[in-house]
Design a protein around this ligand. Structure first.
Ligand code: GCO
Ligand code: MG
Length: 402
């Protein structure tokens, strides 16, 4: 079998997605997600101009060799654009191989090592009563683990809280909006939120919280400590992770478990965090981290240190990435939890898929390959539109991490 052609499908069914379709001379095709939120066309150009020409005529079964060719062979390494492009190829090739062998992809990754995968939902509200209401709605849908975000009094647009009661979606069409942030107000508020939620839902529901890189290490340490009575499943992205030593400081002060990695694009971003056991959950994204080939290696390294996975699963990753995360997660032994932020009905229609949610768990389904296809006619009705993530400023106007 040979790779005969490859092309990109750009569409915007409620939000932008970049999808790579690789065709073989035997009629089998594979899909890979190449979406990098707010920077979509950079990855599209990288693939179109620099990667696709190198794929034609290659053996699609030689996944490791093609991965190394695109990584080492480029000379320039890492970065979200490069690694998303490599991931798109990698995932499409795994899809092709599993379809050619007529088996669900997880069987090529070791086979199922659990029946279902615990997932967490996103609950949020403008204030504490709103957040509690949202948590209860998700409990009614069977979720056993729930991320809770709430508006902070005196902060005009808190992370994770949508406008007008809609489902949270991080990208906005047009130019970036700006939101204001106050660490002081947030640090005083967050323990009150979790005290109220824990009191309302009891001990059996897992509660998670995303700090979205907004604190310094010592601020995150204070927050982790103040949340200990409410025993969170994790606090996520407590501080920017470029300086990995910051996590040592957090660890010295609190037993609240720590998750990070959604902006990592290489195993090397996580290496020190894992080998020093400064984190408990690795949240890398299949698409931005170099694909299944790269993430399987990162997960196996993490397993040695009892670090578990919590693959990023926001709506800016297409259903192709969700399926890839589910196939990998159901196979590896150190799976921890999977983020489940459902796509809109329209996005689900554009990407028909076999993965399913039931009673707090998801599974990838048993269709050969990834079990995801794309309705190109429907996709064609929703062309790409420029969109950005918001940027954040402190109350005095200083630009800060969103
Ligand atoms: C999460 C994330 C997302 C990101 C988004 C950016 O935990 O799901 O923080 O909501 O903000 O993926 O594009
Ligand atoms: Mg996050």
């Amino acid at each position: 079998m040979k790779i005969a052609s490859a092309r990109l499908i750009l569409c915007s069914p409620d939000r932008n997605f970049v999808t790579l379709r690789i065709e073989t001379d035997e009629g089998i095709y594979g899909l890979g997600d190449a979406t990098l939120n707010g920077r979509e066309l950079a990855v599209a150009a990288y693939l179109e101009e620099h990667v696709i020409p190198c794929l034609i005529g290659r053996d699609p079964f030689a996944i490791e060799d093609i991965w190394q060719y695109l990584y080492r062979g480029a000379y320039w390494r890492r970065g979200p654009v490069t690694m998303s492009a490599i991931a798109a190829v990698d995932v499409a090739l795994w899809d092709i191989k599993a379809k050619a062998l007529d088996t669900p992809l997880y069987n090529l990754l070791g086979g199922k090592s659990r029946q279902g995968m615990l997932v967490y939902a996103h609950a949020n509200g403008a204030d504490i009563p709103g957040a509690i209401e949202s948590v209860k709605r998700h409990i009614d849908q069977g979720y056993l683990a729930i991320r809770v975000q709430s508006g902070v009094p005196g902060v005009n647009a808190s992370y994770g809280v949508p406008k007008g009661g809609k489902a949270y979606e991080p990208a906005e069409r047009g130019l970036p909006s700006e939101s204001l942030w106050s660490t002081e107000r947030y640090l005083n508020f967050a323990p009150k939120l979790f005290e109220a939620v824990r009191m309302e839902v009891g001990e059996d529901i897992h509660l998670l919280h995303d700090l979205h890189h907004r604190l310094t290490p010592i601020e995150a340490a204070r927050l982790g400590k103040s949340l200990e009575p409410y025993h969170l499943f994790w606090m996520e992205d407590p501080t920017p992770a470029e300086n990995q030593d910051g996590f040592r400081l957090i660890r010295q002060h609190t037993t609240t478990p720590v998750a990070t990695g959604e902006v990592f694009n290489s195993f090397w971003d996580a290496h020190d965090l894992i080998r020093n056991q400064w984190i408990d959950y690795l949240r890398m994204t299949i698409v931005h981290g170099g694909g299944i080939t790269a993430l399987k290696k990162a997960a196996d390294f993490a397993a040695v240190y009892q670090v578990r996975t919590g693959f990023h699963g926001a709506t800016d990753l297409s259903p192709v990435t969700m399926a890839a995360a589910l196939h990998l997660g159901i196979a590896i032994h150190n799976f921890g939890i999977q983020e489940h932020m459902p796509h809109t009905p329209l996005a689900d229609q554009v990407f028909p898929h076999h993965y399913r949610y039931e009673g707090g768990y998801m599974d990838p389904g048993d269709a050969p390959g990834l079990g995801v296809s794309i309705d190109e006619d429907l996709a064609g009705q929703y062309p790409y539109q420029r969109a950005y993530l918001p940027v954040a400023r402190k109350l005095d106007g200083t630009l800060t991490d969103w």
